[in-house]
Ligand binder design. Structure first.
Ligand code: B12
Ligand code: SF4
Length: 573
């Protein structure tokens, strides 16, 4: 009798570090960072559950007996005590050299342009270590940049790159008798030879129309306790380090926002999981994985309001906390809808206001949104007790300095709790990228375009101007004209300031405004502590400049008025 056990083929998904090596080891001044045991500061890495690979895994396992594993370098790197490497590749090589299995297929998955070179490193290390393995790439990066990757970067180590969603293309590849010839003939796989311009190959999406055909995602691929130290979700106001499970109940978005690249991978047509299926998944996450919180990642959750109400009922019934990381379409958030969110326990929403200029919203962003709606939604949320973050972009091609000044004034009317102000980034795959590159507006590294660094120079403004204005907006909207302070909610304002201090302990403005809030609350001990810190950090040249720019008065001089409203009067005109 032959006792030899037939080994299943192993498919290994690799998730590269999402940020570039340089921004990992030298985090931006205005970004999130954390200190490792080696004493150095590193950029924060998001550790959201990668839904692409766990969806593909669940789908292909229906057809093929395969052992799927996954290494998410963002999770791994959040757990190392030091990073003594000169580049990501050396780390990747050492890590993968140490694993105790040999994959037959390696699937590198990446969604974000800044991770392009780490994505390539994963592919090249995989081929070096396991030359026999089929090395594949998928996600937004190869979907949008396959030509550039094969022709300019000569990434021969990738046997093929997947265009768009990967469930069906990978299933068909795994089932193919001759995988090499399948890759050469499939419409959704791009190989080096197919990508040569003379072949005129145009890849096509191979979507699953009814998302219920994908079984319950393979959450077993991740170790949730390691993923849960997620700097993104822990920054949510209502989060108390709970274990959050990401889900996506629909795919696609019909809108045409010029700065968005999502449609390139998922298309513009809405596709859904049925409400019943969402109920089953959420119930299973609660029962089998002890989930207490779910994080919806849908691009356009609000496309069907009646469906959203049903989903909220399920969330409520299962007593789940729920987060909506992507901004929800504002026009759909009328008062009854916001009440439905509140009744389902939602206490935090992200508002994609994007601009304070109607002209920019309409002409530069093609966003179907009236500024008045944004004002109303923020006010309703405050009234109901839903904390809001508001996303703002500045520096779109076609935006003028006058538009930016108009936005700067108008945004002071949005009664949100916090603003996230970003420099418009030309995401590869977006219309904005096409426009900006056609007009020669892009300077610097678009692959690194991650909303922290301005890279667009137009006839109207320079990237340096946008970079500076982004920080002015940030300081002005979050500190000088902080809406919690203006509304007299000093406790809430303090949460925001303390959050900033947690990630930037030398933030002189956060200490300054925290001191003012403590004073208003009558906590003189904390007032003194924050005031001392603010004065200490105000000596740093960086903060000296900004204090001078905003002409911040010395704390002791104006704060000793007991009139609460005086906090607002400290704002310079
Ligand atoms: C959730 C999400 C996040 C999460 C993290 C997601 C994660 N870990 O998976 C967080 C909040 C961290 C995040 C952050 C950011 N995000 Co984001 N995000 C998304 C979002 C909304 C959903 C991703 C998702 O889960 N999709 C669902 C799954 C099922 O699809 P998928 O991951 O694409 O996988 C499918 C295919 O890509 C493919 N595939 C994927 N991998 C593989 C591998 C193989 C081998 C194969 C064959 C196929 C394959 O098949 C999968 C199944 O169909 C997308 C938009 C979107 N709809 O995809 C934007 C998106 C990816 N984000 C985007 C951006 C710009 C950002 C930020 C820069 C935004 C910011 N302001 O900071 C940051 C960057 C983070 C960083 N550098 O650290 C852009 C990226 C475009 C680009 N070229 O860079 C997108 C496309 C949105 C947009 N507006 O265009 N994001
Ligand atoms: S930004 Fe959001 S609403 Fe606009 S097209 Fe992209 S997914 Fe749709």
């Amino acid at each position: 009798m032959n006792n030899q056990v037939q080994q299943k083929p192993v498919l290994l998904f690799l998730i590269p570090m999402y940020v570039s090596y340089s921004s990992f080891i030298e985090p931006f001044d205005n970004g999130r960072s954390y200190q490792k045991k080696d004493g150095k500061f590193y950029n924060s890495l998001s550790t959201d559950i990668p839904l692409g690979p766990i969806s593909i895994s669940a789908y292909v396992k229906q057809f093929v007996d395969i052992d799927v594993r996954q290494i998410d370098f963002n999770v791994e790197l959040n757990h190392v005590d030091a990073f003594p490497y000169d580049n990501f590749r050396d780390y990747c090589l050492e890590h993968l050299n140490g694993i105790d299995f040999k994959p037959d297929i390696v699937g590198v998955s990446s969604l974000f342009s800044p991770s392009m070179f780490n994505f390539l490193d994963c592919g090249s290390v995989a081929k070096e270590l396991w030359p026999e393995a089929l090395v594949l790439g998928g996600g937004n990066i190869p979907t949008n940049s396959y030509e550039y990757m094969y022709s300019n970067l000569e990434c021969d180590y990738f046997d093929a790159l997947c265009f768009g969603e990967g469930e069906k293309p990978l299933k068909d590849l795994l089932l193919a008798e001759d995988r090499s010839s399948y890759l050469e003939t499939s419409d959704s796989w791009i190989t080096k030879s197919k990508s040569k311009p003379e072949n005129l190959f145009i890849p096509k999406h191979d979507f699953i129309e009814d998302l219920d055909e994908i079984p319950f995602f393979d959450y077993d691929l991740i170790d949730i306790s390691r993923n849960s130290a997620n700097p993104v979700t822990t920054s949510f106001h209502s989060i108390d380090n709970k274990i959050g499970f990401h889900i996506m109940t629909s795919r696609g978005c019909p809108y045409l926002c010029t700065f968005c690249a999502s449609h390139r991978t998922h298309g513009r047509k809405m596709r859904y999981h049925s409400v019943e299926r969402v109920r089953q998944d959420l119930t299973r996450l609660c029962q089998q994985y002890d989930a207490t919180q779910v994080i919806f990642q849908d691009d356009h959750l609000m496309s069907d309001k009646a469906r959203v109400c049903e989903l909220l009922d399920i969330v409520k019934e299962l007593k789940l906390d729920s987060l909506y990381q992507n901004g929800l379409t504002l026009y759909a958030l009328d008062r009854p809808m916001l009440e439905a969110f509140f009744n389902a326990g939602v206490r935090h929403l992200v508002l994609p206001v994007e601009s304070g200029s109607e002209k920019v919203l309409k002409e530069q962003m093609r966003k179907p949104l009236k500024f008045g709606i944004s004002e109303r939604v923020a006010e309703d949320c405050r009234d109901l007790g839903i904390y809001t973050n508001t996303n703002i972009l500045i520096g779109m091609p076609g935006e003028t300095k006058a538009d930016i000044e108009e936005a700067r004034l108008n945004l002071r009317r949005i009664k949100t709790n916090w603003f996230n102000v970003a420099c418009a980034s030309p995401l590869v795959g977006s219309e904005m990228y096409e426009t900006a590159s056609r007009k020669g507006f892009i300077s610097g590294d678009v692959m690194g375009a991650d909303y922290h660094h301005a890279v667009i120079n137009t006839d109207e403004f320079s990237a340096a101007y946008i970079q500076r204005m982004q920080y002015i907006f940030n300081l002005e909207l979050n500190f000088i004209y902080n809406q919690d302070v203006l509304c007299g909610d000093f406790e809430m304002a303090l949460k925001g300031f303390e959050n900033v201090i947690k990630v930037r302990p030398d933030h002189a403005f956060a200490h300054y405004f925290a001191a003012k809030a403590y004073f208003q609350l009558g906590n003189i001990e904390r007032y003194n502590a924050c005031r001392n810190k603010s004065e200490h950090f105000a000596q740093l040249p960086f903060w000296k400049d900004w204090i001078e720019y905003f002409q911040l008065p010395n704390l002791g001089e104006e704060v000793f008025s007991t009139d609460k409203a005086s906090a607002a009067s400290a704002a310079p005109v």
